[in-house]
Design a protein around this ligand. Structure first.
Ligand code: NAD
Length: 250
């Protein structure tokens, strides 16, 4: 059994949305713990991550052909694919009456369709090896409602259900699929519609029983664990990592 410091030694991973925040922390931690990594993002900043055993790929998760390109890059470079982390995500803030079909579709395409496409292609590469781990970055918004982000909550609810259903199909081939129900994490997620999204997330996190938002590295630890053989009996779970935000308090 691997110890924590080398828990993904010798594994080959693909992480989407790896230029920033949680995805970047996951790509860096998997690499640090011994995995070879393809780090994919629509933002060319992902190229800053390039190093031995860490290959950046500038691509949009929603575009036809991206998932195929990313998986084949991993297989060509590392000989196989063991780990997929579907992390790429965005959030749109609009009341329902103001939301266009285009807004809605963009949110679903980014947060769910991209994960479906990457999971499908990753599974094709994993099935012959009879092993693999897929980690989807869901949210406490997979279960909880917040005014103004209906498309986001619907997309994360769908991602949680994709996780469970895919887990049933995948485990027959030795592939584990799980998700993380992430709480508030200080990242750039909200920066495209508010001036200081990081301050908002830090402040919102104070509502959790733990009294603070998370650092992206705290979520990366869980992703690395779920991706590793240490999590060998965890199948179809949405592991809550939200500082207690989802605890029903009496
Ligand atoms: P972030 O904005 O720092 O990072 C998201 C990354 O995804 C960015 O680098 C972005 O360029 C990339 N991305 C977006 N659309 C893409 C596309 N079409 N193709 C490829 N890459 C794309 O935000 P983050 O908080 O690190 O978000 C990561 C994930 O965590 C998201 O799925 C988000 O919904 C989820 N999450 C975040 C929080 C939080 O509080 N930050 C809470 C719950 C869930």
């Amino acid at each position: 059994m691997n110890t924590m410091v080398n828990e993904v030694e010798g594994k080959a991973a693909l992480v989407t949305g790896a230029a920033s925040g949680i995805g970047r922390a996951i790509a860096e931690l998997l690499h640090e713990r011994g995995a070879k990594v393809v780090a994919e993002d629509i933002d060319p900043k992902v190229e800053e991550l390039a190093r031995d055993g860490l290959i950046p790929l500038v691509a949009d998760v929603t575009v036809d052909g991206t998932a195929e390109k990313a998986v084949s890059l991993a297989v060509r470079s590392f000989g196989k694919l063991d780990i997929l982390v579907n992390n790429a995500g965005r959030i749109i803030y609009k009341p329902i009456v103001e939301m266009t079909r285009q807004d809605w579709n963009w949110q679903m395409e980014t947060n769910v369709t991209g994960a479906f496409l990457h999971s499908r292609e990753a599974m094709k590469a994993m099935v012959p090896n009879k092993s693999g781990a897929i980690v989807n970055i869901a949210s406490y918004a997979s279960y909880f409602a917040f005014k103004g982000i209906s498309a986001y909550t619907a997309s994360k609810g769908a991602l949680a259900q994709l996780t469970r259903t895919q887990a049933l199909e995948a485990i027959e081939h030795g592939i584990r699929v799980n998700a993380i129900g992430v709480g508030d994490v200080v990242t750039n997620l909200l920066n495209h519609f508010m001036e200081d999204g990081r301050a908002f997330l830090a402040d919102h996190g104070k509502k959790a029983p733990i009294g603070r938002a998370a650092d992206a590295k705290e979520i990366a630890e869980i992703a690395a664990f779920l991706a590793s053989d240490r999590a060998s009996f965890i199948v179809g779970s949405v592991v809550m990592a939200d500082g207690g935000m989802s605890v029903p308090i009496g």
